[in-house]
Design a protein around this ligand. Sequence first.
Ligand code: ZN
Length: 232
Amino acid sequence: MKLMQKFMWSFVVLAVIAVTKIENPLIDIMPAIHKVPTSHKVAALTFDDGPLQQTTPEILTVLHEKNVKATFFVIGENIARVPELVAQEIAEGHEVGSHTYTHPHLYKLSKNAIEKELDMTDNLISQHAPKPTLFRPPQGKYNPIISKISRNHGYTTILWSIDTLDWQRPPVGQVVNTVLKNIKPGSIILLHDGVTNSPTPEALGFIIDGLKERGYELVTVSELLQYYEESP
Ligand SMILES: [Zn+2]
């Protein structure tokens, strides 16, 4: 009887592990997510490096006019200057993720220094928004130590599948074409908030219109993760 009970308990534990794995398959098997395998025409717009008084309001205005939700990977020291913009991002239905406090080369830092970058940003974001569950390392560079620390902070590490290179200030048409030519179900699109005189706000309107014409729905990154399919 005792043996039978033990067997039953093992079964329950295994079943719980299996269900957990199905609920968070990406988080369990991948150190960082570039795109989400799915057959649905969904994609996520992401903006790095804000908030900045000179750039964020313009981007928020376009998103509001087009009724689209996006994800902002914010820098702690920028939030400290304009916290109200993070509050506005949340109030308008966008998602906010961490992009460190000072935007350093994380792989050159000690474990303690990496922890500090994440903790300080977490604390600051949490004053204006829900505790972030997403993390994007600066330059998209990470190693097993950064991945582990990020995971211990409860983050999923998010990279991208479409790089618009908008921070280099190319012509508007080039930014738009990069997205429309490369879009696929589950794409994560990298744009920047925090570069003055960039083509991004103008390109954004055309990107959203073009993607809608192609039947795409734009969602936040956390929403996009829900579309994960084993065999899309
Ligand atoms: Zn960045």
